[in-house]
Design a protein around this ligand. Sequence first.
Ligand code: 1GP
Length: 233
Amino acid sequence: MDYRSWRHVFKLDPAKAISDGHLERICESGTDAILIGGSDGVTLDNVLDLLERVRRFKVPAVLEISTIESVTPGFDFYFIPTVLNSGDPKWIKGLHHEAIREYGDLMDWEELVPEGYCILNPDCKAARLTGADSLLDEEDVVAYARLAEHFFRLPIFYMEYSGIYGKPELVAQVREHLTDTRLFYGGGIDSTEKAQEMARLADTIVVGNVIYTNIENAIRTVEAVAETTKQSL
Ligand code: 1GP
């Protein structure tokens, strides 16, 4: 199992309710992985609960860490955001330092995957929480992508539009500047068309909210990405 080959990922928010039936459909959909994470209301209890339910299926499970208190063993990977466009060092390296200071001896570094986040929707919770400067022009975003790849050598650059559909032209621009770092795109994918459009540009698309608003459309995004991948072979 290698996250570098993933094309489609579902993101489940531990603070939101999901029925067993819907969860089964999501986990058995053919998606490459389930990412568990959210911006607020994430607790050890709701993470453990969701992990246990997801573990009934074969799909890889990843915890995207947002608070140190909700970290628990049992995931295949731990994705750790560093918010490159945050104005607050806490979200770039502060919490990371604190966690390593506390648990550094216990950490399995092979399971930890840093993600260079660039938050591009100024109104999303993550932008407000982290004090992200989301009003960026193309050159700013490309520079963050280059910073991720060439300076910090991060394995993932994540264009985060959470809640709104982003600009395909900008994703295409960034695509041209990344070689080793994988490009993740997330935000507003709620249809086959949007899934395909972004899957043609990004290495991996992340589908979140539509799981809770339109399960049928959520499931269709998996097939849509598979089609796109076939077409490009
Ligand atoms: C959120 O990038 C993900 O962190 C997915 O965004 O919820 O808008 O699909 P949506």
